[in-house]
Structures are given as structure tokens and as C-alpha cells.
Design a binder for this molecule. Structure first.
Ligand SMILES: Nc1nc2c(ncn2[C@@H]2O[C@H](COP(=O)(O)O[C@H]3[C@@H](O)[C@H](n4cnc5c(=O)[nH]c(N)nc54)O[C@@H]3COP(=O)(O)O)[C@@H](O)[C@H]2O)c(=O)[nH]1
Length: 950
């Protein structure tokens, strides 16, 4: 066999397609397989060139292969070997391309000339299909992985290699499939999650660790965005010690889910916060399961642990006894009939707090549920209460008005209308100047509003005008109302009509400064006016005169005609005095029947001023001397006036002025009354002496200058039964001063109180010391008590304390009261006398018959003795009137069951006359003058002895 032939035969039968080309690309040989794959017969193949359009090659990417790229052309042009070129053979005879893998190489002769090109190829259609399927399935996997954001990985802990799916690194935010190791992935992991990352893995691979693990972690992308990954890992190989050596798993990008979760969480948080702010929560009740669900705020409102599971019954139990039946009925009806409810009720929370709640329920039977919301409206309710209180307060007795910032009235209450007379319609839209009275200057209102602006409020008294024109005083407070920004938004004015209070104040002031009987200024006001007058006198140089007016014998009118007539006469005197002076002058009642007239603005010349004062004084005298017609009877009453001119060059004090006028008035009395006397400097001497006496009197008690003299009181046929204690003042310079010279000064100055106490205490001590001397043990002591002493609130206590302290027998103490002191405060005197009488103390009425003796109250007094005044005794023998009075007093005493004593008995004849009239007790010089204690005791002993001898 021919070798070449044999080779060709071999090639023919070879399971490899072979095509041989001449240098000009003509086919010079092809085997059977080549023909099959190319879709041509052997004959068709012969002579065809490489550029023959009979065949059509496509590239691996299924694009038409350019002719230059045909294997033979490439080899010829490149004179290089061709390896593993995959191409598709497209032929009209083929339903689908035949894919072949082509090798080819050029053959050269010794001269390097191309002799032929041998191309061989074999069928890779199936392989190509398989590869394509694999590629497609990988692509699908890749696509699905990418779509699902899932990547797979496998990590060999021994070699450190990490095998990853193509999108793995991308999920880590890294460029895909870089040369990364484990640390690369740790480094891009969020720092806060790195520890968790390694912990999970370490615990899984540890000996005995759980094979599987999964967790979420965050990744920092290069653009600083954060992505969430979920890793699910599994230990797939462990060494002989059970330590993991290989892990496999996948990661999933869960950023979207996490963000969605975060968004849900945020919106839930927002909802919860909204619920919390609005104090409103939702609830739902499943009709079938009976399960109730509350949102967090509903738990919060109930002050209940959110972990608890409240049933409807438990929920209802939170309601107060009043609200419970209401909500129970509402729940029953909504579940049964779908009837919605909308209720405001009260609950008591788990912590015992009372809350107002708004419960709303709706039915949704389609979804077998009822639902609603539940709101804490405690604050609103309280605000409503506050509003109601404010509204009620607004309708208080006080007038109120609210203005806007421009001071335009926007609201008034009923009291506003009552007080001002303006209806709301008339007031609203006006400013408060509607009420201006015109009594305040513009400055007043300016400073008022300046105070409101500076301090937020103003309060004070203001005169306003009612609608009817009446001006009235009110106490007003204005408050600026501030808004949240601290700016004034409104003004609130609250006022009370204080007309009534003002009237009372005026009345009180009138009472304090005016005499209630005559309506004239009293001493206080007079002194105030005098101060003003003296000051203005100094300024102007005009003279001021003071007239002291004392009614003559007024006591007689009072005593004879009675106090009511006396009072009326005083009122008429007041009127006559007022009518006799100018408007600027002052007529005041000084007390009793004494008045003071203050004449101002007299001439600056002393002589002229004196003349003016004298003429007014004379006018007063003549006016007062005119008859007074009182209760149908004519009465006469004159006055004595003392006048003094105020010396503005040598300004005296007010007391001094009054004393001067008083002294002058006494001069007028001494001059026969119904006359006027000016104060003269020589009077000053006696006044000074009087002032000095007052000063000395103040010291007399402390210097022990007082003593008591005792004058015997003798009972006919018995002897000395008692004494009268009479005070004596031994002045270091003036010697013995009789009580008539200082008792009235003591009374005027109030010094009679300490002096009187001293007298009572000394007399009681004397009583106590006589108690042990038989001849004196039964003697009583009469003590004179002045009205001022008796008026003291604690007088009874004082007397009882002295008796207790001295140990005197109260039954031997007799208090002598004068008739004149009984004329006032009779009830108080009776009550004090009664209290003292209950302790055994006796009472004697001194000077009886000289004053206004009211028989009606005399019988009410717990009196023991009447004393016939010495003035009646003195002339008892020569004046039948005095004798008659003495007889009347004696008869009266007998009728009233009282003893009677006559004082001033100087002669036997007087005593006998008295005895004949029925008076058997006597006191007077006939027996003894008042004697110092030792002399009295000696006298008593002598008297007793002589009596015994008789
Ligand atoms: N409140 C007090 N008043 C007192 C006190 N001591 C005295 N007095 C009162 O002073 C007035 C004058 O008293 P006096 O100068 O002591 O005169 C008394 C007798 O001395 C005097 N008298 C007594 N017998 C006769 C007499 O025969 N002839 C006469 N010419 N005078 C006589 O009478 C005065 C007694 O008065 P009376 O008290 O009314 O009984 C006098 O009013 C005293 O009350 C005192 O401590 N406190």
C-alpha cells in the first residue's frame, strides 16, 4: 500500500476533521468528518477556497466571523499556528450551527515558502451546549443572587482562603472579587458590630460549638452609607479535636428590610409619642376570641404595667362606681348591636389616681371587632373647672372689666353693671375713661398705667362716675395679663364700690373728731386746728385768739330740769356759738358746759386783734344770754369767757394757750359771771403756780408727803362709831396743803388714781391694825373715792386686793361717793357697788342734797348711808330751807332704810336741831377736827374715858 494513501485513508477515518489548504487557500484535502461538519461532500470541498461563501462561520459570541478571521486566512496571514479557536459553522444544510474547536498550522518548505495549511477540528457542539447551559444557569444564579442580594461564601480556616460568589464582595461594598482576606471584611464591618461578628464565628467553630450561626451586622460602604447584612453560616468541617476548620454560608443584604423595620419602628415610636403627647391610646376587642388589645398609652393612662393582659372586665373595673355602670352598658350594646359610644367618664388608676377619660367605641363587625380610643382628659377637665371657677369668680360681687391691649373694653360682669350702671352693650368697645369722674388729674392716670406697665399691676382708691352721674369711690386693682411670650395681651380691672365703707370711715372720723351731742369739733380736732392756726399765724402775722366759754350755773339747769333739757340747751348754745363766728373760725366743745372758740386771721396789731376778739366775745355773751325755749319752758343761761391772744413772736404751746384762756375764764367767773376777761400776764403767775403744783403732786407719792387725818363720827348715846379718813399733803415749801387745793388737780391729771390707791391702802392698814385694840376694833373708816377711781375697769379687783393684802375687815370699810359721780354710768356704778357690797363693804353718799338727786336711781343703789352736807347744817338754825332739806334727807334715809349722818356739825345747837329732826350721827368740829393718827387715838381714848365718867 502506498504510504501517502494509507495516511490519507487514516485521516479519512480519523475522528478528527481535517482540511488541508494550499497556500492559495484552495482545499486540497478534507476527510469525511470535515465534510460532515462543514455540511459539504468531498467533491464540493475540493478546490474551494478559504473565502468561499459556501461556508459561513460565526464567532463564539454568535456574530458573523469576518473572512480574515477564518482559520486558514489567519494562519496564512500570520504564518502562525492556531489553537483552540471555537467557531460555529452555519450552513443551509444545518438546522443549527455546528460548533467546532479548530487547530491549524502552516507547513513550509525548506525555503520557508508556505506549502500547505492543515486545519483540524472536532465537534464541540454538545460541549458548547453544555457550557452554554452552565453559563446560562450560572447567569441565572448570579442574577437571582443579585436580585435577592444573597451571596455565598466558603472559608477554609486552615488555608485562610475564602471562596465567594461573584456578588459577595459587592455586598460588602467592595469591588467584586478582589484579593481580599477575612480582615478585609472585618475592616468594613461597623466597629460596633465587629466584636459580635467574631464572637459568633468563634463560638461556632469552638470545640462543641453550635454548627450554625446567624446574625445581622452593619457594613460601612465607601460612600459612608451603612448597609445591613445578615449572615447565615455553618461549620462544615471540624478537625479531630472538633474545632471547626471550614465554614460555609451566605450573606444577604437586608438593608431594605432593616430600613423598613427602622421606618416602622420610627413610625411606631412617633405614634407612641403622639399618643403620649395627646394622652390618647387605642384599643381593640376581638368579638370571637374575647381578647382585648391596648396601645401603650392606654396602659400608661391606667398606670398599668404594659406587660399585663387586660380583659374587658378588668378594664371596666378601673371605672369609678358612678362611671362603671355607664361603660358596662355601652360595652354590652356595642358588642351586641354595634351601637357606638362616646363618653366622658372617670377611672381610678392602678396607683389610685382619679382621672377623667374620654372613651370612644366603634363596631367593625365585618372584621369581628370593636375598637376605639381612650383619652386622658383630666387636664382639660381641670381646666374646665378652672374656667368655671374663673367664670364664677368673674361674676362675683366685685365689678370686673377686661380690656384688650388698646384698653378697649371687651368684657364686663354683672357687678360692673350694678356698680356703674353701664350695660355690657354700653361699655364694650369703650375705654375705662368712660368711668372717669374728673376728680383726678391726667398725671394720676399716667402714673397708674406706668405702674401697670412697670410692675404688671396697680391698686388703689379712685373716684369714678356712674352712668347716672354720681361720683363714687372705689378700690380698683388693674392687672396686666401676659401671653406666653411675656407680652401684655389684656388688662383686667377689678373694683369694689367703697361708698358705704367711706361713709362709715367718715362717720368714725366724725365720731373721733366731733362731739356727738353738739356736732362741734371735739378737743382732738380743736388741738389740730389750733396747731394749723398757730403755724399759719406765724406765717401770715395775723393774730389768733382763743376764747374759753364756760356756761354759768349750767349744773343747776342740768340738776333741776334734767339731763335731756341740759343736752338740748348745750345743742342750742353750740348753734349760737357757731352763728357768731366766721366760717374759717372754729367752735369746739371742750367738755361738759365748756366750749372753745378759735378766732383766726385777726389783725396783726395786738390792740386791733384784742378789740376784734372782745367784740366777738361780747356778741357771744349777748347771744348766749338770750332765753332758751326748751320743751315749752323758758330757761336762762349766761356764760363766762376767758380770752387770750396767741403771741406769734413768742409762740406758746397749745396747752399754755388753753390754760391762759381757762385762767381768764375763771377771772370772768370771779368777776360775777356773764362777762369776759382777757388773760393778763399776772394770771400767768397763778397758772405757773398751778403747773408747779402739778409737778410737785407727781412726786408727792414717791416722797411720802401725804398723810391721813381721821375725823371722828359720833353716834348719839353711843360714842365714836367711826372715822372719816381725810388726806393731807405736807409740802416741803408750802407746808400743809388742804385737799380742796389739790384733789381737783389730781383728778384732772389722773394722779388721783395712785393717790386714791394710797389712801385706800393706808386706811385699810389702819383698820387692820385697830382690829386688835378693843377700843378701836369696831370703828369703821370712811374713805372718799373720786369718780375717776370708780370708773376704772378693774376697780372692784383693786379694792378687794387691797382688803386682802392689808387684812382689813371689809365690813368696817365705808366708801364715800359724791352725788355728782352717780349722774353718769349709773349702771356700771351699781354693778361695781353690788359686787363690793357682796364682800361687806359699805357705801355712804356724800354731799347729799347739793346736786341733782334722782330718787328713782337712789333706790337702786346699794347705799348704806346718806350724808347731810355741811352747807345745810351750817345754817340749819337760821335758814328754814336748809332745815327743810335736812329734814327731807333724814326722811328719805329712813324710807330707804339707810342711816344718816350730818357733817360740819360745829355747835351743840346744830346737833340738837339735827337730833330733833331725827339725825343721830354727827361729824364735825363740835367733837374733833380731822387729826393725825396718834392725836386721833389719844382723842379717842380721852373721849371714851369722859363718856364713861358721864
Ligand atoms: N377723793 C378724795 N377726796 C378727799 C380726800 N380727803 C379729803 N377729800 C375731799 O377734800 C375735800 C376737803 O376736805 P377737807 O379739807 O379735809 O375737809 C373736810 C373736813 O376737814 C371738813 N370738816 C369737817 N367738819 C367740819 C366742820 O365742823 N366745819 C368745817 N368748816 N369743816 C369741817 O369737811 C370736809 C369733809 O368733807 P366730806 O368728805 O364731804 O365729808 C372734801 O370734799 C373731801 O371729801 C381723799 O382722800 N380723797
Amino acid at each position: 500500500m502506498n504510504t501517502q494513501y494509507s495516511q490519507l485513508e487514516l485521516l479519512r477515518c480519523l475522528n478528527l476533521a481535517v482540511v488541508v489548504h494550499a497556500p492559495d487557500t484552495r482545499i486540497i484535502y478534507s476527510n469525511i468528518l470535515a465534510c460532515e461538519l462543514l455540511g459539504l461532500t468531498e467533491e464540493q470541498m475540493q478546490g474551494k477556497k478559504g473565502i468561499d461563501p459556501a461556508w459561513n462561520f460565526i464567532t463564539e459570541q454568535s456574530t458573523v466571523m469576518p473572512l480574515a478571521d477564518y482559520p486558514v486566512n489567519r494562519i496564512i496571514s500570520s504564518r502562525q499556528r492556531l489553537k483552540n479557536l471555537v467557531l460555529g459553522i452555519v450552513s443551509p444544510h444545518l438546522t443549527e450551527p455546528n460548533w467546532v474547536s479548530v487547530d491549524g498550522f502552516p507547513e513550509f518548505d525548506l525555503n520557508g515558502e508556505l506549502t500547505q495549511v492543515i486545519i483540524n477540528f472536532y465537534d464541540v457542539t454538545n460541549l458548547k451546549k453544555a457550557q452554554e447551559q452552565l453559563r446560562q444557569s450560572e447567569e441565572l444564579l448570579r442574577l437571582s443572587s443579585e436580585l435577592a442580594n444573597v451571596a455565598a461564601w466558603e472559608r477554609d480556616l486552615v488555608t485562610g482562603t475564602i471562596t465567594r460568589s461573584s456578588n459577595h464582595d459587592k455586598l460588602y461594598g467592595l469591588s467584586e472579587l478582589g484579593p481580599y482576606d477575612f480582615n478585609t471584611f472585618i475592616n468594613v464591618t461597623h466597629p460596633e458590630d465587629r466584636e459580635k461578628f467574631t464572637l459568633f464565628i468563634d463560638s461556632a467553630i469552638a470545640q462543641g460549638g453550635a454548627d450554625q450561626y446567624k446574625f445581622d451586622f452593619r457594613i460601612h460602604y465607601p460612600d459612608q452609607s451603612i448597609h445591613w447584612l445578615n449572615v447565615v453560616g455553618q461549620v462544615i468541617a471540624r478537625d479531630e479535636n472538633g474545632v471547626g476548620t471550614k465554614l460555609r454560608g451566605f450573606i444577604t443584604d437586608i438593608t431594605d428590610r432593616k430600613q423598613a423595620e427602622l421606618a416602622v419602628h420610627k413610625s411606631q415610636k412617633l405614634l407612641a409619642e403622639t399618643e403620649q403627647i395627646g394622652k390618647v391610646g387605642g384599643w381593640e376587642f376581638n368579638i370571637d376570641s374575647g381578647k382585648q388589645t391596648w396601645t401603650e398609652e392606654v396602659y400608661h393612662i391606667h398606670e398599668l404595667d404594659p406587660e399585663s393582659d387586660p380583659s374587658v372586665a378588668i378594664g371596666i373595673n378601673f371605672y369609678t362606681p358612678t362611671s362603671k355602670p355607664i361603660i358596662a352598658l355601652a360595652v354590652d350594646r356595642i358588642i351586641k348591636y354595634g351601637e357606638p359610644f362616646d363618653l366622658e367618664l372617670e377611672i381610678i388608676t392602678a396607683k389610685g389616681n382619679l382621672r377623667n377619660v374620654h372613651a370612644i367605641g366603634r363596631a367593625d363587625f365585618e372584621n369581628r371587632r370593636v375598637y376605639g380610643f381612650f383619652q386622658d382628659i383630666t387636664d382639660r377637665k381641670q381646666a374646665e373647672v378652672q374656667l368655671r371657677i374663673a367664670a364664677t369668680a368673674f361674676e362675683s360681687q366685685q365689678g370686673m372689666m377686661v380690656t384688650d391691649i388698646n384698653k378697649s373694653i371687651i368684657s364686663v360682669n354683672k357687678a360692673f353693671t350694678t356698680i356703674t350702671g353701664y350695660s355690657p352693650e354700653q361699655a364694650i368697645g369703650q375705654t375705662p375713661s368712660l368711668l372717669q369722674s374728673g376728680r383726678h388729674e391726667a398725671d394720676f392716670y399716667q402714673s397708674l398705667w406706668a405702674s401697670v406697665d412697670a410692675h404688671g399691676s396697680w391698686q388703689g382708691e379712685i373716684w369714678n362716675r356712674r352712668q347716672n352721674g354720681e361720683i363714687y369711690p372705689e378700690i380698683l386693682s388693674i392687672t396686666a395679663v401676659k401671653n406666653d411670650q411675656g407680652h401684655t395681651s389684656h388688662y383686667v380691672g377689678v373694683f369694689s364700690d367703697i361708698s358705704a365703707r367711706k361713709a362709715i370711715e367718715e362717720k368714725v372720723e366724725h365720731l373721733a373728731f366731733y362731739d356727738s351731742l353738739t356736732g362741734l369739733p371735739n378737743r382732738l380736732l380743736l388741738i389740730d386746728r389750733m396747731q394749723q392756726a398757730l403755724s399759719s399765724s406765724v406765717r401770715s402775722g395775723a393774730k389768733t385768739a382763743l376764747l374759753f366759754v364756760d356756761l354759768d350755773e349750767f349744773k343747776n339747769i342740768n340738776d333741776t330740769a334734767g339731763h335731756p333739757i341740759g343736752d338740748k340747751l348745750l345743742q342750742m348754745v353750740a348753734k349760737r356759738l357757731e352763728s357768731s363766728v366766721r366760717e374759717g373760725d372754729t367752735v369746739a366743745r371742750w367738755g361738759g358746759d365748756e366750749f372753745v372758740v378759735l378766732l383766726e386771721g385777726l389783725n396783726s396789731s395786738t390792740e386791733e386783734a384784742a378789740s376784734q376778739a372782745a367784740s366777738i366775745g361780747e356778741k357771744i355773751l349777748s347771744l348766749l344770754a338770750q332765753n332758751y325755749r326748751l320743751d315749752g319752758f323758758e330757761h336762762q343761761c349766761t356764760a363766762s369767757i376767758g380770752v387770750t391772744l396767741v403771741d406769734t413772736q413768742n409762740l406758746q404751746n397749745i396747752d399754755n394757750c388753753l390754760q391762759q384762756a381757762d385762767l381768764a375764764m375763771y377771772q370772768a367767773k370771779g368777776a360775777g359771771k356773764n362777762t369776759l376777761r382777757f388773760f393778763e400776764p399776772q394770771m400767768q403767775a397763778s397758772m405757773s403756780a398751778r403747773v408747779a403744783l402739778q409737778t410737785d403732786l407727781r412726786q408727792a407719792i414717791y416722797l411720802k408727803q401725804f398723810s391721813l387725818h381721821y375725823q371722828a363720827q359720833v353716834a348719839e348715846g353711843i360714842g365714836i362709831v367711826g372715822v372719816e379718813a381725810l388726806i393731807r399733803w405736807t409740802h416741803p415749801e408750802h407746808g400743809l396743803i388742804p385737799p380742796a387745793n389739790f384733789i381737783h388737780i389730781a383728778e384732772e391729771t389722773g394722779l388721783i388714781l395712785p393717790i386714791g390707791s394710797w389712801v385706800l391702802e393706808t386706811a385699810c392698814s389702819q383698820l387692820a391694825s385697830w382690829a386688835n385694840i378693843p377700843v378701836m376694833a369696831d370703828l369703821s373708816i370712811s374713805v372718799n373715792v373720786s369718780a375717776r377711781q370708780f370708773m376704772q375697769v378693774d376697780w372692784v379687783d383693786q379694792v378687794l386686793a387691797i382688803i386682802k393684802n392689808t387684812g382689813a375687815n371689809p365690813n368696817l370699810l365705808k366708801l364715800e361717793l359724791t352725788e355728782s359721780m352717780l349722774a353718769q354710768n349709773t349702771e356700771d356704778i351699781i354693778s361695781k357697788m353690788t359686787l363690793l357690797k357682796a364682800h361687806g363693804i359699805g357705801f355712804s353718799l356724800d354731799d347729799f342734797g347739793t346736786g341733782y338727786s334722782s330718787l328713782s336711781y337712789l333706790k337702786l343703789l346699794p347705799m348704806d348711808q346718806l350724808k347731810i352736807d355741811s352747807s345745810f347744817v351750817r345754817d340749819i338754825l337760821i335758814d328754814p330751807n336748809d332745815s327743810a332739806i335736812a329734814q327731807m334727807v333724814i326722811g328719805l334715809a329712813k324710807n330707804l332704810g339707810l342711816t344718816v349722818i350730818a357733817e360740819g356739825v360745829e355747835t351743840e345747837a346744830q346737833r340738837n336741831a339735827l337730833s330733833k329732826l331725827g339725825c343721830y350721827e354727827y361729824q364735825g368740829y363740835l367733837y374733833s377736827k380731822p387729826l393725825p393718827i396718834r392725836e386721833f387715838e389719844a382723842f379717842l381714848n380721852r373721849f371714851e374715858k369722859s363718856a364713861l365718867q358721864e
